[in-house]
Unconditional design. Structure first.
Length: 89
């Protein structure tokens, strides 16, 4: 089963459980995490359901580039890392 892991930065704001999901695409796996903790949704997605600007998601070590549909495929062995992106100079 794909595993979703949230970084420690998000723990300052809400509970961030690691989730095993049977989902085949990223959006469905994130929904499983939101079902476990509904407060996560507001930290990860904006009002249109798109990935927030300050959030980065990696599937099997590759950064997700489609921040709108979140349709990246997941395999049974996939690991999804969700973290706050750093910005600035």
């Amino acid at each position: 089963m794909p595993r979703i892991v949230f970084t420690q930065q998000l723990r300052r704001f809400t509970e961030v459980p690691e989730i095993d999901s049977g989902a085949g695409v990223l959006r469905a796996a994130l929904e499983d995490a939101f079902n476990a903790n509904p407060r996560l949704r507001g930290y990860i997605l904006d009002e249109q359901g798109h990935l927030r600007q300050h959030v980065a998601v990696f599937v099997d070590g590759r950064r997700v580039h489609d921040r709108l549909s979140l349709a990246d495929p997941l395999s049974a062995e996939s690991t999804v890392h969700v973290l706050q992106a750093l910005s600035g100079g």
